[in-house]
Design a protein around this ligand. Structure first.
Ligand code: 5GP
Length: 114
């Protein structure tokens, strides 16, 4: 089932898009938890990490990590470091069932997460 992120991909609803290529899109989180909080998503509709298969999705995963590094550099958070988070399902705290990687930076993160 499609989510709000599919509507962002299709430009049916607005988002502050910071990166896009044929495989991946990235936009600012509507409820940022850090000075930089960007969501990196595949254009392919994959609900959760559990549907990821290394062989099938290797290129897509590489594209997501390339996007993370490129955006972190552009946002000026690469040198000091950042956090990448993927929540999976109920216990992981996933709210939107379209795979997404949170890129968080611009402040010192806490560990362990809540
Ligand atoms: P999750 O909890 O599923 O890992 O994260 C979903 C994220 O999507 C949340 O951080 C939430 O603020 C963000 N989000 C939900 N709806 C929208 C939206 O319509 N636009 C944007 N830019 N972010 C959204």
């Amino acid at each position: 089932m499609s989510t709000i992120f599919k509507k962002i991909i299709d430009r049916e609803i607005p988002a502050d898009i910071v990166y896009e290529n044929d495989k991946v899109m990235a936009f600012r989180d509507i409820n940022p938890q850090a000075p930089v909080h960007i969501l990196i998503i595949p254009k392919e509709e994959i609900p959760t990490v559990r549907e990821i298969k290394g062989e099938k999705h290797a290129d897509l995963l590489a594209a997501m990590f390339d996007a993370a590094n490129e955006i972190a550099e552009k946002e000026g958070i690469s040198k000091d470091g950042f956090r990448l988070v993927i929540n999976c399902d109920k216990n992981g705290g996933q709210e939107v069932y379209h795979l997404h990687m949170h890129l968080l930076g611009g402040r010192r993160m806490q560990w362990p997460p809540g």
